[in-house]
Design a binder for this molecule. Structure first.
Ligand code: 13P
Length: 254
């Protein structure tokens, strides 16, 4: 069964008290206002994960996640956080390969493939991000770029391992710009990605894969995006920093 997942990536925002207040509001609103089947994932900075996990532990449909992890298990890697530590704090998901990490921290597909391994080894689900720049879209090379990102980062996995992978399509030109991909543009790419997975694995693996869209998702565009057959949720940035705008996106997923 393909899961629907709405995840809020807080990026480097919210002090501890601000974060706790936001989670309290989100949890209350989701409980009172949402009866749909989507999973809600809150992805705060590392230092808030343990507290967030505890706060949502009793909820039927809210989970927590991390924005990144090390590809090592432990050791002398100052400043790094392992997947095992994230798991021990109660999280279920880890974002791997967000475009901001690819861009600012030079994370390559090969490097990210090792992080995906670390996530899966610790029984977490990887939210693997892919997406083209504006230049790549305008030069019509976006399908090549996406194929390389998806195949080099993920296709070393077995079909069984792949069951714990979610893919997030986040066109770089749509992140934080207010410029969302049209539903047709997003659907086209999502169908392309599902096709790649079908070709490499099989129809069942492809059909079970959750593919989220990310890039300026708001309540106003979410209903239309979610109506597309291959868009199974969203990875939300800016609109996840306020309870009302985030929960309204959740409610757009029936
Ligand atoms: P925005 O929703 O702010 O465009 O960010 C999207 C994103 O990068 C989520 O990971």
């Amino acid at each position: 069964m393909r899961k629907k997942i709405i995840a809020g990536n807080w990026k480097m925002n919210k002090t501890f008290d601000e974060g706790m207040a936001l989670v309290t509001e989100i949890a209350g609103m989701v409980k009172d206002e949402y009866s749909g089947s989507a999973q809600v994932v809150i992805i705060p900075p590392f230092v808030h994960i343990n507290a967030v996990s505890r706060m949502v532990a009793d909820s039927r449909n809210i989970f927590s996640g991390a924005q990144n992890c090390s590809n090592h298990d432990s050791g002398a890697y100052t400043g790094e956080v392992s997947a095992g530590m994230i798991k021990s704090c109660g999280a279920e998901y880890v974002i791997i390969g967000h475009s901001e990490r690819r861009q600012y921290f030079n994370e390559t597909n090969d490097w990210l493939a090792r992080k995906v391994d670390a996530v899966l080894k610790n029984n977490l689900t990887a939210i693997y991000c892919c997406g083209e720049t504006l230049e790549e879209r305008e030069s019509n090379t976006h399908f090549d770029v996406l194929k390389k990102q998806v195949s080099e980062g993920l296709f070393h996995l077995t079909a069984e391992q792949f069951a714990n992978v979610v893919i997030a399509y986040e066109p770089v030109w749509a992140i934080g710009t207010g410029k969302t991909a049209s539903t047709a543009q997003a659907q086209e790419v999502h169908a392309f990605i599902r096709g790649l997975v079908c070709e490499h694995y099989n129809n069942q693996v492809a059909d079970n894969l959750t593919i989220q869209y990310g890039g300026s998702v708001k309540a106003e565009n979410a209903v239309e995006l979610f109506s597309a057959p291959d868009i199974d949720g969203a990875l939300v940035g800016g609109a996840a920093l306020q309870s009302r705008s985030f929960v309204d996106i959740v409610k757009a997923m029936k």
